[in-house]
Design a binder for this molecule. Structure first.
Ligand code: PLP
Length: 376
């Protein structure tokens, strides 16, 4: 059986060889970074080297990095740990942010945050607040004006968290230039293993950070902010992937050529296809589109049978396909929300992958014509 054409890299991307080597090496070690003996000190060194590499990916300082089990825990820690009862989140945030609760900031027809609405919400109530806005959307790849968000929020005395899980490692990120106080990262979106991530707390090294409480309790790991023995092999894999992703940013940017070829091919097959977020700045690897009448679940399953792995906009953890949260938030209507699919390229993607997708999707359209008599 041939390997499937994998075009779901925003869900989890292929492990980078550097990450596999780092994980494999570290797994074979017997040591706890908190132990004072030689093996423990060697493990501590791996941990602290990893902290430097992860910090470098976002222009932060090593002491700003708190390792977590992934992006979800990092965002939970920032939002719950900042101790602020008022939280404002954009309508298209990932569930790991949305389900922490909060008031919703509107987005426009491209899914970009409405800065005037944010400003008005903060002006209307002077309760200390945390604003959480993602760097890039997991479904559409649309990049948010995070620096503008941070400027507005800080003018009102609010603290800013940015879920950079999808943007980081795909585009250049400078946390200080963005001006955010907290930033979430995840290893498995950048070529590291699932189950590792980080919360970057600007100014933690140097003592100027915003207030943050632990949300889990036990040992004093990670400066008392994240209890529990560190996942050393996962963290080493995260760091190796962060370094490789940083070195590979130019190559990643060139994925837009493949993405554009894919979108041109889709347009040629079905001119009525609506591309979501293509009018604004977005990640180079992500295409999110809908053809009204062609349900996303039909597409995901048919393409899977044809050996092409893609996802519906928001496949939830149960594996069910449901209407895209992003498209719903953008008020584009149920027809498009239930038809939207996401094709996300990754660092190993090739022209052949695009060709395989177009061939399989074209065949599906022909089948649909036969079954329903409708034109694609
Ligand atoms: N934030 C965004 C934007 C994501 O796409 C994801 C993963 O799908 C997460 C957070 C969660 O990250 P993790 O799987 O590491 O918990």
């Amino acid at each position: 059986m041939t390997a499937p054409t994998y075009l779901d890299h925003n869900a989890t991307t292929t492990l980078r060889p550097e990450a596999i080597a780092a994980v494999t090496h570290t797994l074979a070690l017997t040591a706890n970074p908190s132990s004072v003996h030689g093996p423990g000190r060697a493990a501590r060194k791996i941990l602290e080297d990893a902290r430097s590499k992860v910090a470098a990916l976002v222009g932060a300082r090593p002491g700003d990095v708190i390792f977590t089990s992934g992006g979800t825990e990092a965002s939970n820690l920032a939002i719950r740990g900042c101790g602020l009862s008022r939280v404002l989140v954009s309508a298209t945030e990932h569930p790991s942010v949305l389900q922490c609760g909060g008031d919703t900031i509107h987005v426009d027809g491209n899914g970009v945050i409405d800065l005037a609405h944010l400003d008005a919400m903060l002006a209307a109530d002077d309760t200390p607040a945390l604003v959480s806005v993602m760097l890039a959307n997991n479904e559409s790849g649309v990049i948010q004006p995070v620096a503008d968000v941070a400027a507005i929020a800080h003018r009102h005395g609010a603290v800013v968290h940015c879920d950079a899980v999808q943007g980081c490692g795909k585009i250049a990120v400078d946390m200080a230039a963005l001006g955010v106080d907290f930033m979430s990262l995840s290893a498995h979106k950048i070529g590291g293993p699932a189950g590792a991530g980080a919360l970057i707390v600007r100014g933690l090294e140097g003592g100027t950070a915003c207030h943050l409480n632990a949300i889990s309790f036990g040992g004093g790991h990670e400066r008392g902010l994240r209890a529990g023995t560190e996942n050393l092999s996962g963290i080493a894999g995260l760091a190796a992937a962060a370094e490789a992703a940083l070195n590979g940013l130019d190559a990643f940017a060139r994925l837009s050529v493949l993405r554009d070829a894919l979108e041109n091919g889709v347009r040629a097959l079905a001119p009525a296809t609506v591309f979501i977020g293509d009018g604004v700045e977005r990640l180079p690897n992500t295409s999110f589109f809908a053809l009204a009448g062609l349900d996303s679940d039909t597409q995901v399953m048919s393409l899977d049978l044809a050996g092409v792995a893609i996802s519906a906009g928001s496949a939830c953890s149960s594996g069910k396909v449901k209407a895209s949260a992003m498209v719903k938030a953008m008020n584009m209507g149920n027809d498009l929300a239930t038809a939207a699919i996401r094709v996300s390229l990754g660092w190993p993607s090739t022209e052949d992958d695009v060709a395989a997708f177009l061939s399989a999707w074209g065949n599906l359209l022909k089948t649909k014509d036969i079954l329903t008599g409708t034109a694609a």
